[in-house]
Design a protein. Structure first.
Length: 364
């Protein structure tokens, strides 16, 4: 049994002369008739206005390690209270969370919580932050922003895991509430974005430029490498050099492995050697912090000092085996400041996953 749809009055839309409305949240600019939903499926024209149908509704809540987002430079070792809703404003043929992001079934949303309840639950579970994840928070931005306000009032940080596909006005208002973001830079060609994600590259680059140049949001980037589509040496080098030139050498970059899913079941999974090769290319290009994800790779999970190359945080997947960063975020050997947000390091959360039931719907 699912949680009933919400009818929360949405932001970022305007009326059109022909009686339709246009959504101004993302570059899709969906134009809707009465009763029609946008491509994301969760924003809808109702009574001549736009409503968000997933406010207060969730596909589930869970306590995760912050490294799972992935964020390696945002209070390492801490836990994060994670949740998502349903739907997505992209159309990735390779989606690794397609059961949530592509959901058109209301029974995906089986739990619910108001913003204050989420902040309270995060605090009760000892979480340093709350993450809007599993599906893109862009499409439930109003809900995420209200949760962020409740979290900040309770001294809890906020994290967005996103594809960064958002219009400028909404982007500005949304990220004013966010402390850290992992932005999914899916590839570095327009052809890939258009054919495999149903989107465009430039708006994502614009989001990265905005976040790193005009906000205090801590940013890390993830690229899912798909064999034969975005894993060439030339593309990886071009992307790495753009990050270096436009964002700076200290923005962490994560390369993760694709597994056959959704509409790309005929493409083989990414071998670990591809991630290692990509990491080497990005490091040669001048990036200081490059990681390999969802594989066991000690070298690819280690944070090293860019000054003296001392290993500061040694990880195995989401588990921290060694930690040597000072509470003020420096290398204890040479004093170099390590980019990111650090603090007193206690017992790391590790690779646990703790599901949390808030107000789950009961099945008949």
């Amino acid at each position: 049994m699912s949680i009933a749809e919400s009818h929360f009055l949405a932001r970022w839309w305007h009326a059109l002369p022909d009686g339709r409305i246009q959504c101004d949240l993302c570059p899709r600019d969906c134009r809707l008739h009465e009763g029609q939903r946008g491509l994301c499926f969760v924003r809808k024209m109702e009574g001549g206005q736009m409503v968000l149908t997933t406010y207060g509704r969730s596909s589930g809540f869970c306590v995760d390690p912050i490294e799972k987002k992935p964020l390696n430079h945002f209070y390492p070792g801490t836990s994060v209270f994670s949740f998502g809703t349903a739907g997505c404003n992209l159309a990735c043929k390779f989606c690794q969370n397609w059961d949530i992001s592509k959901s058109r079934e209301t029974d995906t949303l089986v739990d619910q919580a108001l913003p204050d309840e989420i902040a309270t639950a995060a605090g009760q579970h000892g979480c340093a932050s709350v993450a809007f994840t599993y599906n893109d928070p862009v499409i439930f931005a109003e809900y995420a922003m209200d949760v962020a306000d409740a979290c900040h009032a309770a001294g809890i940080k906020t994290v967005a895991v996103t594809a960064g596909y958002m219009h400028a006005e909404a982007r500005r208002e949304f990220y004013a509430k966010i402390d850290a973001a992992n932005v999914d830079l899916k590839a570095f060609t327009e052809d890939f974005y258009f054919k495999l994600a149903g989107a465009h590259l430039q708006p994502v680059l614009d989001t990265l430029l905005y976040l790193t140049r005009e906000t205090g949001v801590w940013v890390e980037i993830t690229t899912l490498l798909i064999p034969g589509h975005n894993d060439s040496d030339a593309e990886i080098e071009a992307m790495s050099r753009w990050i270096l030139r436009e964002l700076g050498p200290d923005v962490p970059l994560h390369f993760s492995a694709f597994h056959p899913d959704w509409k790309m079941m005929d493409v083989p999974g990414t071998p670990a050697s591809t991630l290692t090769r990509a990491r080497a290319i990005a490091r040669r290009a001048g990036l200081h912090h490059v990681y390999t994800g969802n594989v066991h790779d000690a070298a690819g999970g280690t944070t090293s000092c860019p000054g003296c190359q001392t290993e500061l945080i040694v990880r195995d997947w989401y588990r921290i085996d060694e930690y040597h960063v000072t509470p003020d975020g420096r290398c204890p050997r040479c004093g170099t400041a390590i980019a990111g947000h650090f603090g007193a390091f206690g017992e790391p959360f590790g690779n646990r996953r703790i599901p949390v039931a808030m107000h789950r719907a009961r099945r008949a």
